[in-house]
Ligand binder design. Sequence first.
Ligand code: NAD
Length: 336
Amino acid sequence: MNKIKIAFFETEPWEKDYLESQLRNFDLIFFEEKINSNNLKKISDISVLSPFVYSVIDKKIIGSLKALKYIATRSTGFDHINLKACRNKKILVSNVPTYGENTVAEHTFALILDLSRKIYPSLEKTKKGDFSLEGLRGFDLKEKNLGVVGTGNIGRHVIRIANGFNMKILAYDIKKDQKLAKKMDFKYVSLDYLFKNSDIITLHLPYNKSTHHLINKESLKLFKKDCYLINTSRGGICDTTALLQGLKNKIFAGLGLDVLEEEYFIKEERELLDPDFKKTCDLKTILQNHILINQPNVIITPHNAFNSKEALLRILDTTIENINSFSKNKLINLIK
Ligand code: NAD
């Protein structure tokens, strides 16, 4: 019997070794880089594709992989995959729904604490041998209002950690889990109320049409002056122009961002020379990202919130389960 052929993209050598040891009954092919027009030629006969978030699986790629039946993305977010094109071709898609809930929540607090205790400017000073406290006064988290937008897997871990700091939680979600609210001692409020009353707002939403530019010039008008915004979800949830405007008008005292709009092109600026560049990238946003990076009260990490040893192993283990479930026709973690 022919083995199911699977192509993995954006894999490190240790991941290749692990997947090979666990998926012995499959024919595996690995690429360290993201999917592109060159490596696409080498996988024309695959029936399973396993990308990470930087491999954009668009209509063209889906159309060119004639034998493709299943995509097992090694991520929670799936906005890098054209789901409509998959549906049209009857290609099934699964994700890893819960590998990073505590991991991303811990990173969220790393960003919050960096801002509240001015860790980065403190380090810059001490590395220069300057031990003065000038400009380093922070603020307590205790009893501050934390606005958690999205109380799914990650948001609820953020609430758990925030309770440990004795913060007051204001939460918003389109689906309210009142049992969770009672158990974790928080209340659901309207989004407007959350924006108006939060000292720190943290975003834990999927990126889609309804969340695109949720933080925009209009919503900014509601925000408490001198608040902090943390985004570990997806860059497109915040309008970059609004972020800069909020900083300029001192609505934001600081920003902690693990994700940026057009972040891929900041990471790989060489791609700007790619012939596809004009179709996929907004130069104004890239320029604005550079302005953001250089603001003293903005901390940016390179989409690193998921990146702990434990979380990466959980990603691989769930991906292995997803692929096994596909081969047995008992699919799990399907994106509908
Ligand atoms: P989740 O699906 O468990 O929770 C998302 C919550 O958002 C749900 O409760 C849902 O009801 C709510 N929601 C959806 N649309 C909404 C809207 N328009 N308004 C209000 N609430 C809405 O997802 P999660 O595991 O908590 O992850 C959240 C996001 O974090 C992911 O979609 C992904 O984009 C991002 N993420 C980032 C990293 C990273 O490394 N930075 C890692 C993992 C996940």
